[in-house]
Design a protein around this ligand. Structure first.
Ligand code: FPP
Length: 254
């Protein structure tokens, strides 16, 4: 068996339960074709559709996509407006397909900054797919990892102030229950497309033990083949969670 095919067959046994992706490179993809940046974002939505369907088919439990960061408001107002419109239209169009694929849709981030119209669309998307039992698709909108941690701290502080929680009870386990994604397994695999090697204020706490995978592929070109490459790389890694490799090998052999 070639190294590649053995990695792919291994990947069936070591499939990440949760994949988190920073979808970078839409602007450059468009620029390479002398198209406006927005054309790149539109092509990015097509890539989203492909990765969602592939993850659902492979049996991945959760997929979290960074669609709009709290820092993205700094982009030109026109691009921000177009991104909001794109999110609104894509949701209107895609919910039927998500249902066909048994995908449950959820959003994380501070959505109060969005228009009423977009907030209702987000809510409808969640409501219309909430009974689905396959892949959980989490879309991060107006999300930032530092916001998530500060928000959790605020919720905890309020409970302490109201006497519902004792300061002594605050530990990592309790803190995590106040964060986004608290009901999902932590991401096992983090993918960033577009060549940059940064986490860019994505899931700071939740990525503590994730395997990191960076690719030069621009997001609109991310397809089943590039996903398989990331999965094959994941399958080859040994996840130690602080233990020695001897301990891990012993446990895996047991
Ligand atoms: C980064 O590319 C991409 C974004 C900020 C937006 C991502 C949004 C989508 C793919 C569409 C909406 C998503 C869903 C889930 C429907 P960039 O513009 O930073 O690219 P560049 O680095 O090449 O300029």
């Amino acid at each position: 068996m070639s190294e590649d095919s053995s990695a792919l067959s291994a990947s069936k046994h070591r499939l990440p339960r949760h994949i988190a992706i920073i979808m970078d490179g839409n602007g450059r993809w468009a620029k390479n074709r002398m198209l406006p940046r927005f054309a790149g974002h539109k092509a990015g939505v097509e890539a989203v559709r492909g990765v969602v369907e592939n993850c659902a088919r492979k049996g991945v439990e959760a997929l979290t996509l960074f669609a709009f960061s709290s820092e993205n408001w700094r982009r030109p107002a026109k691009e921000v407006g177009l991104l909001m419109d794109l999110l609104h239209t894509a949701l209107g169009r895609e919910v039927k397909r998500l249902n066909e694929n048994n995908v449950r849709l959820r959003f994380i981030g501070d959505r109060t900054a969005f228009s009423e119209k977009l907030q209702s669309r987000l809510h409808e998307g969640e409501e219309e797919t909430k009974e689905n039992t396959g892949l959980t698709l989490v879309v991060a909108v107006n999300y930032g990892g530092m916001w998530d941690i500060a928000h959790a701290a605020r919720l905890i502080a309020r409970q302490v102030k109201d006497g519902q929680l004792d300061v002594q009870d605050i530990d990592e386990e309790l803190f995590a229950t106040f964060l986004s994604l608290n009901d999902l397994p932590g991401p096992d695999l983090f993918i960033r497309t577009g060549g940059e090697m940064r986490i860019s204020n994505f899931l700071l706490w939740q990525l503590a033990y994730a395997e990191l995978y960076f690719t030069d592929t621009l997001w609109p070109d991310f397809n089943e083949q590039t996903l398989n490459e990331a999965l094959a790389s994941f399958a080859k890694r040994q996840r130690r969670f602080g233990r020695t490799s001897e301990q891990v090998e012993q446990e895996e052999g047991a």
